[in-house]
Design a protein around this ligand. Structure first.
Ligand code: NAP
Length: 275
């Protein structure tokens, strides 16, 4: 199908849009017709993504933001509304993987910092956009989670706790907005070829005991390209996901993949090659 008009006239905020899944998501949303606001700390990266989107004929605005900072998030919303007048889609994608290490060995400050970025920031961003979405009676909030939400992944306690918390936050928020026209969903993107993955497989086994599994996935070329979760997020942001409030989606779910391929005709969804 013609995806260019799928999100025509809609406005999306994507956090962590400077690289990895967030970058591909911003580009895919823009290709589907949305105006995209790119939020991350590294200005050079989001400016580069904005440039790519504009060169492809899309609309984008880069706003350097630390999404764990209340004032910066509120400012992000003000600038978004000033530029585009509305917000239809929020993709809470920004996250940290560090610190990796046993609970009694990691820095408490780093553990708290991860929770601030992976869990508190999605709350701050949702809190900022929701009055606007509720007033208009429509909106989509997509929280990028991880299979780690239900894994006792030794060495990654902050990350697993943050993603488990994010999924519960998603479900609770979905219950709070039920019937309002706003839909909140959580999404697990699978094992994706990004800097976060590289950080994990380069961590010594003493700090991350299952590092060998991550190295094997990489050796065997089993990582997903960033475009795959990006297409899934486009689907979640679109009219096809009208009934998505409160649901958890996983890219590893074959029925979900088939639905995306059927609705978007997305050739980027490759057959799964991971055992
Ligand atoms: N890659 C995977 O295999 C995988 C698997 C499961 C789930 N996920 C999830 O998918 C999402 C994207 O992961 P990724 O692999 O694409 O990560 P990535 O390559 O490490 O990119 C993370 C992005 O988040 C941004 N970010 C970090 N801290 C931030 C902050 N305080 N404020 C604003 N932006 C911040 C980074 O930009 P700055 O540093 O410039 O701020 C960057 O743009 C995350 O939620 C991750 O947990 C990934």
């Amino acid at each position: 199908m013609e995806t260019k008009k799928l999100l025509h006239s809609q406005v999306a905020i994507v956090t962590g849009a400077g690289r990895g899944i967030g970058k591909a998501t911003a580009k895919a949303l823009a290709a589907a017709g949305a105006s995209v606001v790119l939020a991350a700390r590294t200005e050079g990266e989001i400016l580069g993504v904005a440039r790519e989107i504009k060169q492809a004929g899309g609309h984008a605005l880069a706003i350097p933001t630390d999404v764990s900072d209340l004032a910066e998030v509120d400012h992000l919303l003000v600038l978004t509304l000033r530029a585009f007048g509305r917000v239809d889609i929020l993709v809470n994608n920004a996250a940290l993987i560090q610190p990796l290490g046993k609970v009694w060995e990691v820095s408490p400050a780093a553990w708290q910092r991860l929770i601030a970025v992976n869990l508190i920031a999605p709350f701050l961003c949702a809190r900022a956009v929701l009055p606007h979405m509720l007033e208009r009676g429509s909106g989509r909030i997509i929280n990028v989670s991880s299979g780690a939400a239900e894994s006792n992944l030794e060495g990654a306690s902050a990350y697993t706790a943050s993603k488990a918390g994010l999924e519960r936050f998603s479900g609770t928020l979905a219950a709070e907005v039920d019937g309002s026209g706003v839909a909140v969903s959580a999404f697990r993107p699978g094992i994706v070829d990004t800097l976060m993955q590289a950080e994990m497989r380069q961590t010594p086994a003493q700090r991350f005991p299952r590092v060998g599994v991550w190295q094997k996935w990489h050796r065997e070329n089993q990582l997903r390209p960033i475009e795959e979760p990006a297409q899934a997020i486009v689907w979640l942001a679109s009219r096809f996901a009208e009934q998505s409030n409160g649901q958890l989606f996983s890219i590893d779910d074959e029925a979900f993949r088939a639905q995306i391929a059927s609705d978007l005709g997305a050739g980027v969804l490759q057959p799964r090659n991971r055992a």
